[in-house]
Design a protein around this ligand. Structure first.
Ligand code: B16
Ligand code: MG
Length: 220
């Protein structure tokens, strides 16, 4: 069993915790200052997307043009507010079933990695009190290429010396499922099967999901 599956890689936002609501509050505050009408529906387009690309999408929505220096300042301003929100987070925000699943993986000597676009990932894991579960943390500070590029997942496996075929990725975004498949890894979608069509399997969340089920749905 260990030979077939040695590593589980987790996306952060939408899989371990729902930070999208805090991203929305901070982007909304920035959009209001810029006189741009930005809705929760628009916010869906920002999930899994980098900070700078998210800003560019909002500017596109508002039909605004900014210089590179102005964009950097706006992205920094949003991030300052976002960090204020996430500093209030605690373990109660870990999505249901995640903690026992991480513990079960650890108890069974399956390595755990993070594969997230967020530059704030280490802060969030620390706030949630789960940083110690992770054998490798690959985030927006380490990789430059956004999902669906596989870099964020391949780097985690490389750091741990594990072959991609022995890794499974948990992802809530279609671009992340594609990245996992391009990396040659197994992909389990977290969310709706309608959206995450190419995944090997889709679960609604980690409640009532365990290692035995994971191996079964992956045919291992
Ligand atoms: P930051 P994930 C992503 O996290 C979020 O889904 C996305 O909305 C955000 O813009 C991105 O991280 C960058 O976050 O501004 O904190 O660097 O889903 O890849 O875990
Ligand atoms: Mg995500």
């Amino acid at each position: 069993m260990e030979k077939q599956l040695q590593l589980a890689i987790f996306d952060l936002d939408g899989v371990i915790v729902d930070t999208a609501k805090y991203h929305f509050l901070a982007w909304k505050r920035l959009a209001d200052e810029l006189g741009i009408h930005f809705t929760e529906r628009d916010n869906e387009r920002l999930k899994g997307v980098s900070r700078m690309r998210s800003l560019e999408i909002i500017l596109e929505i508002g039909g605004k043009q900014k210089t590179a220096a102005e964009k950097q300042e706006l992205a920094n301003r949003k991030n300052t507010w976002y960090v204020e929100y996430i500093m209030q987070m605690d373990a109660s925000e870990i999505l249901p079933g995640v903690l026992p699943f991480l513990q079960e993986l650890k108890d069974n000597n399956i390595k755990i990695a993070l594969g997230s676009a967020s530059k704030n990932a280490p802060t969030i894991l620390n706030r949630l009190g789960i940083a110690a579960f992770f054998d490798a943390i690959v985030d927006g500070n380490l990789v430059t290429k956004a999902k669906p590029d596989p870099e964020v997942f391949t780097l985690g496996a490389e750091l741990l010396g594990i072959a991609p075929e022995a890794a499974v990725v948990f992802e809530d975004a279609q671009a992340g499922i594609e990245a996992a498949l391009r990396a040659g890894m197994k992909a389990i979608g977290v969310g709706s099967p309608g959206i995450l069509q190419n995944a090997h399997h889709v679960i609604p969340g980690f409640e009532s999901f365990d290692l035995a089920q994971m191996l079964k749905v992956l045919g291992l």
